[in-house]
Design a protein around this ligand. Structure first.
Ligand code: ATP
Ligand code: ZN
Length: 293
């Protein structure tokens, strides 16, 4: 039987099978319109409406799968990508899975500054990144590589300090540790293989990125509608950090107009307060599904 165009060009994307990045990544893929059957039970899932198949694996394996071209794209933490040193291209940084890799030690212990790490033992799941950091700062320390529950190593006297991922810092605190030095700021990244891709796959990646960028842009924006005195329109135009000129429509009351536009979500409250001062009423904010600039 002849192979369909699909099977020759399907984009293969690696995502974490089960962990902190899984739900957010699936949510993002669904958000850009991709539909999948039960992804929780299978290692490989075909997308129903886009030439994509997902490979669900441990996050540690993602950079190498992408490097070797087994997968064309992958969603993985910058921490894991950097630790593996995989030769891949970073296409996008995404605003989830945000954390940092930090050196930490007992709160009131002997290690209080970077220099104090000299000659000490550090437990970590990130031996490469930790070693690179220590070398850069000319510090000689012994590394103990452990794969999980690194934060209890000092209490078990397996190590004097740790180098581990931190997001809120609560886990460190609960274990009597203090964060001393951030060695890497991390977020989820979309990575691409450096292997040569067919023109079909390149096209698919282009389409995939357009969808992703529109989705990200939409997530960061809101559609805003309000009524305002006609005389305030020049001031309102000044206040609104609009992408385009706002839509201004007449109302039954000739002194009033309706103003519709899109604003960045991070400026929402500042903009809102200033609009009210200009006499805007009936302000309605709506989420946006997608946005093509
Ligand atoms: P796997 O079974 O896939 O190897 P894992 O246990 O190594 O899973 P998770 O704990 O699910 O990985 O974390 C996945 C990623 O989530 C991390 O590599 C990191 O990029 C990100 N992350 C964000 N915040 C944290 C945090 N506080 N602790 C650990 N990882 C975090
Ligand atoms: Zn892992």
């Amino acid at each position: 039987m002849e192979r369909t165009a699909d099977s020759k060009t399907s984009l293969r994307i690696a995502i974490q099978k089960s962990g902190r990045l899984t739900d957010k990544t699936i949510e993002l893929l669904k958000g850009i319109g991709l539909r999948f059957d039960d992804y929780k039970r299978n290692l490989m899932v075909k997308c129903r409406n886009f030439d994509v198949e997902l490979l669900l694996i441990r996050d540690d394996d993602i950079p190498e799968y992408v490097q070797d071209g087994v997968c064309d794209l992958g969603f993985v933490g910058a921490n894991v990508r950097a630790e593996t040193g995989a030769d891949v291209r970073v296409l996008r940084g995404l605003d989830y899975g945000v954390c940092r890799l930090s050196l930490a030690a007992r709160k009131d212990g002997a290690i209080q500054t970077l220099e104090d790490f000299e000659g000490k033992t550090i437990a970590t799941s990130y031996p490469n990144l930790t070693q690179q950091f220590l070398d850069k700062h000319n510090i000689g320390a012994n590394l103990v590589t452990i794969s999980g529950a690194v934060e209890i190593a000092p209490r078990l006297e397996v190590a004097d300090a740790i180098c581990d991922l931190v997001s809120t810092g609560n886990t460190l605190k609960a274990n009597g540790l203090q964060e001393l030095e951030v060695i890497l700021e991390s977020e989820t990244q979309l990575i691409q293989t450096n292997k040569e891709l067919s023109p079909g796959k390149k096209k698919l990646i282009e389409k995939f990125l357009i969808r992703m960028d529109s989705h990200q842009q939409a997530e960061r924006s809101r559609y805003i509608m309000m009524n305002a005195p006609k005389s305030s329109v020049p001031e309102i135009k000044e206040i609104i950090p609009s992408l385009n000129s706002p839509t201004v429509m007449p109302l039954a009351d000739e002194e009033m107009v309706a103003v519709h536009t899109v604003i960045p979500i991070d400026q929402f409250w500042v903009v809102m307060e200033r609009l009210k001062k200009e006499g805007a009423t009936g302000i309605v904010i709506l989420p946006i599904e997608s946005m093509i600039l």
